[in-house]
Design a binder for this molecule. Structure first.
Ligand SMILES: O=C(O)CCC(=O)C(=O)O
Length: 246
């Protein structure tokens, strides 16, 4: 049964992202938090020890409680509602934690990036660009304002798609976007999910709160991605048939 409305789909098309709440049960949230805490190098009962703790990914995305957030919830089906039924590979979400900085001052991030670009530290081979169709950021704990929220630049997916029609994929150093407008920090209770277009400029904001930002991120590709990798169609929604009529 479809979960998303035409209004949701229109919002995604225009803005490049869509936030939905209440996508996980309390049991799924508790199990995911327990899994993350099994690998966090800090004392769960002592928030003082959470400041600048680690690691970013305390357990792999293959952990059953982490995998369940995508596949025992409506989330994967919702991603397919935005792209097209049966079109996406079943990629799971991986933990992406942001620990409290211990600094009360906060300012918004200066720039976002596209994923898949080489930087000296991210492991992407120089001279290559990775691509995916749609991504999902799932919160398994509440994320308050200035609490390390996943941050998007609304509408930047349209600018990026237009740009690549007559520029090389490699022409954006490190995938970093300049002059792409105002950013929006995504906040919300556990079970909040943000779907975002594969060409959405994004980043993680600083965490000035006293909570660990517990997010899982999945990047999902169309099954035929290797065939359309270098295609820049006039209609940028050609690879999202579910949005053609919206
Ligand atoms: O941690 C976040 O909210 C964003 C992470 C990010 O920018 C990325 O994985 O490319």
């Amino acid at each position: 049964m479809p979960v998303l409305s035409n209004e949701d789909k229109s919002f995604f098309k225009a803005n490049g992202y869509l936030v939905k709440n209440d996508t996980l049960t309390k049991e799924q949230i508790d199990a995911a938090q327990d899994a993350l805490w099994s690998g966090i190098e800090a004392d769960r009962k002592d928030p003082e020890t959470w400041i600048n703790a680690g690691p970013m990914a305390p357990v792999p995305g293959s952990h059953p409680a982490i995998r369940a957030t995508m596949f025992d919830s409506p989330i994967f089906d919702m991603a397919e509602e935005l792209v097209g039924k049966g079109l996406l590979n079943q990629g799971g979400a991986g933990p992406h934690l942001r620990y409290p900085s211990g600094q009360p001052e906060w300012s918004p991030p200066e720039h976002g990036h596209l994923d898949g670009y080489y930087t000296p530290t991210n492991g992407v081979p120089e001279g290559t660009v990775g691509r995916f169709t749609i991504a999902v950021t799932i919160y398994v704990d509440e994320v308050v304002p200035h609490g390390g929220g996943f941050t998007v630049w609304p509408g930047s997916h349209l600018k990026a798609c237009e740009y690549f029609k007559d520029h090389s994929l490699l022409s954006i150093s490190g995938g970093v976007g300049k002059d792409i407008g105002e950013c929006k920090e995504i906040t919300g209770p556990a079970g909040t999910v943000c779907f975002w277009h594969g060409r959405m400029f994004h980043t993680g904001a600083a965490n000035s709160s006293d909570r660990i930002r517990m997010a899982l991120i999945a990047r999902l590709s169309r099954k035929d991605m290797s065939d359309i990798l270098f295609e820049e169609p006039d209609d940028i929604w050609e690879s999202f048939p579910a949005l053609q009529e919206v």
